[in-house]
Design a protein around this ligand. Sequence first.
Ligand code: FAD
Length: 298
Amino acid sequence: MFIRELFGRGRPVISFEIFPPRGGVPVEEVYRTLGAIKDLAPDFVSVTYGAGGSTRDATLEIASTVKNRFGLEVMAHCTGLCHTPPEVHEMVEDLMYEGVHNLLAMRGDPPRDRHVPEGPSFPHGSDLIGYLRRAFGDEVCIAAAAYPEGHVEARDMEEDLAFLKLKVDMGAELLITQLFFDNEIFYRFLESIGRLGIRVPVCAGIFPVLNARQVERIVSLCGVSFPPKFTRMVARYADDPASLAEAGVAYATEQIVDLLAFGVDGIHIYTMNRPDTTRRIMNNIGLVSRRAVAGSGD
Ligand code: FAD
């Protein structure tokens, strides 16, 4: 099923993001995660693509397994910065062969050594989206990444939003946002894109913070802002990991409840491959009427 078809059915679309295991952890570990959250019945699961294409084969294998073994709808992330058009073409053909037709198309982050191979590639998300639409037409459903506070490299918000509009004009059918901790910023973002005539569904990216190290990483990578109550929470429990994890789940829950009350199109939970956290948030947000809640994960 194309993920665009999930919207407009009178309830928010709930998705979980997972990533291929890193650091020599076997791929089976992510299947354990999937087994533990399958009964939460997300509308779809998205599978990340390592910086610079470093997880090409793992992303393909996991996306196929989500779809064909776990029976969940799937979206494969794909990036263009370090790939030539033939490489992207082959990757998408391989995905489609496995029945994966939903793509989150992005420029991507440079690899750790920051080396970007020479030759034709896709310098921006909009370039990759345009290519995919031309090459695969209606055979794929394409999502784009969006940044409610602006992309960390953007000159200003206005320019970033213009580039977001370009991604939609090139063929993106839905948007998934970077994590944010202040819902008011997200609501202002929705107003701004509405003024630009962007009418596609937007899934709000929610990241349950579980430890102080994650917060430092978020600052360095994403440049998102922290509202005072979030900063107070992290400061209060910085040396008490168990309490910070509890508070992080509560914070994410509160954010989602507010977003649901607002009437958002979708909630995209960055699960960090943590089934227990994901289950607790899902139970808390009370979308339980259509979801099983028994059992446990981590
Ligand atoms: P772009 O839209 O290309 O924007 C990047 C910068 O260039 C911005 O500052 C923008 O303002 C500017 N810009 C855009 N278009 C133009 C143009 N035509 N001319 C000049 N400037 C322009 N990364 C991964 O490597 N793997 C993943 O799996 C992954 N998953 C993600 C999932 C989500 C939901 C999100 C929000 C991000 C994810 N990322 C992932 C991170 C993403 O790849 C990075 O943020 C990357 O730096 C930007 O990709 P993009 O397609 O959004 O960028």
